[in-house]
Design a protein around this ligand. Structure first.
Ligand code: 5AD
Ligand code: SF4
Length: 473
């Protein structure tokens, strides 16, 4: 008898990968994935703690399940990921019908824990040690990277895959909860990463996205010396079948020349860098403990643009961090105008308990001001994205076709011809009409229209000259 699993995921790419791997693991135990909690025997929430809003969403989704558990006590409800690590037993208090709490460092235990619950062992909780609870080596051991090998039919698309190269973060930006929930920075051995990429390539994967909270801080030391991200890229570049390699997210201070040169010299590595600036004000950067000044960020941008002609850069910003004045905010606007990011992810500051930010600085920018600054910065970024996209009309790009576009999914287009979506090497989204069998192909697409978020184009077909035409008639 198959068992049915429903999973809801919020948060970053790391969480998407974790969910994919947990699903793959449970499939091996005979589970089938379903699209509604109503059909499921086990319901999992993979959670995020970066902002309050993400947590509120999970707690209200759990609230809606209260009656489900009352009517179907055999259904197993689990909370995994960052909020599980952060709130731990508090989740049992706020939602007493939850059966399972599993931190991001214990995901490999999920099948066994579900089994325990279903055998009547009562509710289960497995989390990692806190950052101050034990010697560092012990804390590290308690945060285990979960990277089982996947098979092609277990992945959302066979052509692309996330590959984790490190877990945790040691930067301790004052606003951020990640170092305490995802634990100390730990890089995976390069041979493990390479083996995973080779297996993915053998199964038809063309694009890999290397993941790490600060991916360019990757460093693996063993008897052969130190492997940096640039060395790892060189090694993965040799994997036959892989056509594109991307990596996210970068930490500005670790954007070293060897890495930029690797991106320049290795054609499979995408000239796309996500390097969050967070603010354009030195006062804010210092309070955030980001470890660089805005001048250093600008200098980094200059080095990127010198080394990589045509690279796209994207960024993250937090508006309304403690003490942010109009002047600080104006400096952020100036930085965005100057850097002309491909896109920026903009967030209103959300105070996180037990961070240095919460301890040291009051959350003193009113919500309306945060909202206004968020919209204003977004307008500036959107105007830049619009202009830069319009300038690309008439050009042709190599696009890896990812699947049906959002529009065709919404319209349930199920024939062979439909609107497709894909991305350029620089990570720009391209939408065009084509045949379903083009999914997974690398195609030339000529751009004839653009909006800030999307380029619109058509497939470039081989030109048949008039002399060929004459011969055929
Ligand atoms: N409040 C708002 N945004 C945050 N981020 C991280 N922590 C917070 C917080 N407490 C943003 C940063 C980071 C992105 C993933 O989330 O911009 O780069
Ligand atoms: Fe959080 Fe800063 Fe680490 Fe990014 S670098 S995960 S913002 S602490």
């Amino acid at each position: 008898m198959p068992k049915y699993l429903y999973i809801e995921t919020v948060g970053c790419q790391m969480n998407m990968l974790d969910s994919e791997l947990v699903v793959a693991d449970l499939r091996r135990q005979g589970y089938e994935l379903v699209d509604s909690h109503k059909k499921a025997d086990t319901i999992l929430f993979n959670t995020c703690s970066v902002r309050q809003h993400a947590e509120d969403k999970v707690y209200s989704a759990l609230g809606r399940l209260k009656h489900v558990k009352r009517d179907h006590p055999d259904k197993i409800i689990g909370v995994m990921g960052c909020m599980a690590q952060k709130d731990q037993k508090l989740i049992f208090q706020r939602a007493p019908f939850v059966d399972l709490i599993v931190g991001p460092g214990q995901l490999h235990q999920i099948p066994a824990l579900i089994e325990k619950v279903s055998r009547g062992a009562g509710r289960q909780m497995e989390v990692s040690l806190g950052r101050k609870d034990a010697p560092l080596a012990q804390i590290k051991r308690s945060h285990e990277s979960f990277d089982p090998l996947r098979t092609v039919e277990m992945r959302p698309t066979p052509y692309q895959a996330y590959v984790r190269i490190m877990i945790g973060c040691d930067k301790f930006c004052t606003y951020c909860i990640v170092p305490s929930v995802r634990g100390p920075e730990q890089s995976r051995p390069p041979e493990h990463v390479e083996m995973e990429c080779r297996k993915l390539a053998d199964e038809g994967c063309k694009e890999i996205v290397l993941l790490g909270q600060t991916v360019n801080s990757y460093r693996y030391r063993d008897d052969h010396g130190t492997t940096r991200l640039s060395d790892l890229l060189l090694r993965l570049h040799d994997v036959a079948g892989i056509e594109r390699i991307k990596f996210v997210t970068n930490y500005p201070k670790d954007m070293t020349d060897d890495l930029l040169q690797a991106v320049r010299d290795l054609p499979k590595v995408s000239p796309y860098l996500h390097v969050p600036a967070q603010s354009g004000s030195n006062r804010m950067l210092e309070r955030m403990k980001r470890g660089y000044t805005v001048e250093e960020y600008r200098e980094m941008m200059a080095r990127i643009n010198e080394t990589l002609v045509d690279a796209t850069i994207s960024s993250d910003f937090i508006v309304g961090f403690s003490g942010e004045t109009e002047e600080d905010f104006q400096q952020t606007i100036e930085l965005v105008e100057e850097c002309r990011f491909k896109n920026s992810f903009i967030f209103k500051y959300s105070e996180r308990p037990s961070t240095k930010g919460a301890e040291l600085y009051p959350d003193d920018v009113p919500e309306e001001v945060k909202k206004r600054r968020n919209n204003e910065l977004l307008d500036v970024q959107n105007a830049i994205s619009d202009e830069d996209h319009i300038a690309l009309i008439g050009r042709t790009f190599e696009v890896l076709v990812e699947g049906p576009s959002k529009t065709s999914l919404k319209q349930n287009q199920d024939g062979p011809l439909l609107q497709l979506t894909g991305r350029t090497h620089c990570d720009r989204i391209v939408v065009f009409d084509g045949n379903r069998r083009l999914i997974g192909e690398m195609l030339s697409i000529a751009i004839h229209d653009a909006s800030g978020q999307t380029l619109f184009g058509s497939v470039v077909t081989e030109h048949v000259g008039p002399e060929v035409f004459e011969l055929q008639t």
